[in-house]
Design a protein around this ligand. Structure first.
Ligand code: ATR
Length: 280
């Protein structure tokens, strides 16, 4: 019998997780399929019931359910509780366990480039869902100063207090400086916008984006042009997926295969995005 896995989110149609996991299953000859399930906020509790009834063995969870889903699970591990979000659910005979691999994605995105986070001063843009896992990874890896900037001050303050880091007003971004700047807002997603320009980027050495459509966001493009070391939005996605695959199957993930397929797919989406923006 084929095992069934999937992702729930809203929106979910452009997710790269299905191609990443299905290609990995195929390459290992693992009898499983991974689908994309479009679940709205108000349908979340029904989706959890369906997961049990349909014996779906594992789920990836994306925006906007990562926080809300926790209350429907039997168990949530300590790391996910510290982050305040779950991105992975394992269904063990209808006992649902919530885990988080996003922070590992962040950590490995730096490790693979031999960048140590220890003692680093890091500015984070955005206080939404993804920001939590980024902050957790930075703290755990020993970053010495973490400064959170968010358009809505109250959200920045709340998250900063929770994680005991600094918050600064969005309006003061032009005075930001440090070793690393991490872009976690949705600015730049399917657009040519960037939350910060060269004047801010020049005060940093390394820039990471979590947006991957287009793959080369304006933020990454400008950072590259300024000579910064850049980490694109697929690195975190890939590494969290590799960890998730291991949790789903018990097998080591075929890293290179997963990497190849998500870059191919992301480049396709990027081409479509630019074709749609021919005149702009
Ligand atoms: P959530 O998880 O809260 O649903 P998200 O999509 O993960 O949201 O995060 C959106 C992030 O992008 C937020 O930090 C948001 O800032 P606000 O808290 O002020 O809404 C940020 N964001 C979205 N559009 C933005 C813009 N035009 N300029 C600056 N930040 C923006």
């Amino acid at each position: 019998m084929y095992r069934v896995f999937g992702i729930i989110g809203d929106p979910v149609s452009h997710s790269l997780s299905p191609v990443m996991h299905n290609e990995a299953f195929r390459s290992l000859g693992f009898k499983a399929v991974y689908g994309a399930f479009w679940v709205r906020r108000e349908e979340l509790s029904q989706a959890v019931e369906a997961l049990k009834v349909l014996k779906i063995q594992g789920l990836s969870v994306t925006i906007p359910h990562k926080e809300e889903i926790m209350k429907y699970l039997h168990e949530v591990d300590e790391v996910s509780r510290a982050i305040g979000a779950v991105n992975t659910i394992l269904n063990k005979e209808n006992t649902l366990l919530g885990l988080n691999t996003d922070w590992i994605g962040v950590k490995r995105a730096f490790e693979e480039r031999n960048i140590s986070l220890k003692g680093k001063r890091v500015a984070i843009l955005g206080a939404g869902g993804a920001s939590r896992a980024v902050i957790y990874a930075l703290k755990r890896e020993g970053a010495s100063d973490i400064i959170l900037y968010n358009r809505t001050w109250d959200k920045a303050k709340e998250l900063a207090d929770r994680f005991e880091i600094d918050a600064q007003p969005w309006e003061s971004l032009n005075r930001a400086y440090g070793d690393i700047i991490i872009q976690t807002t949705s600015v730049g997603l399917k657009s040519k916008e960037t939350p910060v320009d060269e004047k801010v980027l020049r005060n940093f050495e390394i820039a990471m984006d979590i947006v991957y459509l287009p793959l080369k966001t304006m933020f990454i493009y400008l950072a590259e042009r300024m000579g910064l070391t850049t980490i694109d939005g697929l690195r975190m996605l890939l590494h969290q997926g590799v960890e998730q695959f291991k949790l789903f199957t018990g097998y080591d993930a075929p890293f290179k295969i997963m990497e190849k397929v998500i870059y191919e797919e992301a480049k396709k989406l990027e081409r479509e995005f630019y074709l749609g923006h021919k005149d702009s």
